[in-house]
Design a protein around this ligand. Structure first.
Ligand SMILES: *Cc1c(COP(=O)(O)O)cnc(C)c1O
Length: 369
């Protein structure tokens, strides 16, 4: 019997290195609230990501939710329904109405030609998502934002370590959110960050993640509790040493998948924009049932019978979530609706063997007849 293959596998440093890193915490008894590890990790990350400033959070979701609050946004935000539910929730939980923009057929990011027609006098920002480690049409988004004086916050949860035209991806827009969840390319178990340039926003974020506390007696914001603790930061410090190697190994897995699946009738692979140094965070495959002969859900089941666990990701559209029932019309984003029903992400992690990649592809290709 073959071993099971999960869709992802968290990266972990050698245990010895983590134990060494956390040892000093037993001396200081300082466990959270912006301690030594937190501050060390923040500096290391700023340097690695090539950004001017960033604020660490207990997870990516709170990072995004508080970035929206910290900018004082209101009214409507233009965003994509082809994302993890977190993006939409972060907008709605701020009392803002998400306005859904359709996506491109070939890279699943926001279709920038559709943005302008969605802008109203209530629109205050655009929240695009860099999907699967592939990036949005940054130039166009920035142009539109400038023209209509809108803020741009990128959900960059999938793009840790990605560079575009030689520049860290977190340096684009007014802010970018990264997630360091266990399932991501880089993890701090749970964790996240907001990269920003405006120092005022930095101050707001610092307070909002700590209950809105300004100083010992003054509380001038309605904040949450979303601080990164010392053990998370220590995990980040250790994992960051291996990130280049991780991404390189993922690149090999990505190339092997492409060798097996490129040019097959009924299969489309994600197009990577020119100038992008990718991080290979996911391997999405889009099936055309008519051409391929068998549909996404059947392939998902056949792989599962072989103990290979894939993920219908993103599925369903966030605009179709039960909690938003009746509020949005998915027919207004027809491309996103078609992609969500036909896309499957295959297992992807640094230590996935190339033999396993070949086996996964063979099962997929053999399932046609
Ligand atoms: C993972 C993810 C988030 C949420 O990040 P957490 O760290 O899990 O809170 C938000 N948006 C996208 C696109 C994600 O993939």
């Amino acid at each position: 019997m073959e071993n099971e293959i999960l869709v992802t596998r968290s990266s972990m440093p050698p245990m010895k290195e983590y134990v060494e890193e956390i040892q000093s915490i037993w001396g200081s008894h300082w466990l959270t609230n912006m301690g030594v590890k937190h501050n060390k990790f923040e500096l290391m990350l700023k340097d690695y990501l090539g950004v001017t400033a960033l604020s660490l959070f207990t997870n990516g979701h709170m990072a995004l939710e508080l970035a929206i609050q910290g900018m004082g946004l209101t009214g409507e935000i233009i965003t994509t329904p082809f994302t993890f539910i977190s993006t939409t929730h972060a907008i709605v939980r701020n009392g803002i109405k998400p306005v859904f923009c359709d996506i491109n057929k070939n890279d699943y990011t926001m279709d920038v030609s559709k943005i302008e027609s969605l802008i109203t006098d209530k629109t205050t920002a655009i929240v695009p998502v860099h999907v699967y480690g592939n990036i949005c049409n940054i130039e166009e988004i920035e142009k539109i934002a400038h023209k209509y004086k809108l803020k741009v916050i990128y959900d960059a949860a999938h793009t840790f370590g990605v560079r575009y035209k030689g520049q860290g991806i977190g340096s684009y827009g007014d802010a970018s959110m990264f997630s360091f969840h266990a399932s991501k390319v880089f993890n701090t178990i749970e964790g996240g960050a907001v990269c920003y340039t405006d120092e005022e926003l930095g101050k707001n974020l610092y307070r909002l993640k700590n209950f809105g506390i300004k100083d010992e007696i003054e509380i001038d914001g309605i904040g949450a509790n979303a601080k990164m603790n010392e053990f998370q930061a220590a995990m980040g410090i250790c994992n960051l040493k291996y990130i280049e190697n991780e991404i390189e190994k993922r690149g090999k897995v990505d190339r092997r998948y492409r060798e097996n699946l490129n040019g097959i009738d009924g299969i489309s692979l994600c197009h990577i924009r020119e100038g992008v140094e990718a991080n290979y965070s996911y391997f999405p495959v889009l099936f055309d049932k008519t051409l391929f002969g068998i549909g996404r859900d059947e392939i998902y089941n056949i792989l599962k019978e072989n103990k290979i666990f894939t993920r219908r990701y993103f599925y369903p559209l966030t605009s179709c979530a039960e909690c938003y029932k009746g509020q949005f019309n998915p027919d207004e984003t027809p491309v996103a609706l078609s992609i969500t029903n036909n896309i499957l992400t295959l297992p992807m992690y640094a230590d996935l063997s190339l033999e396993d990649v070949d086996r996964i592809c063979k099962i997929i290709l053999d399932s046609r007849n």
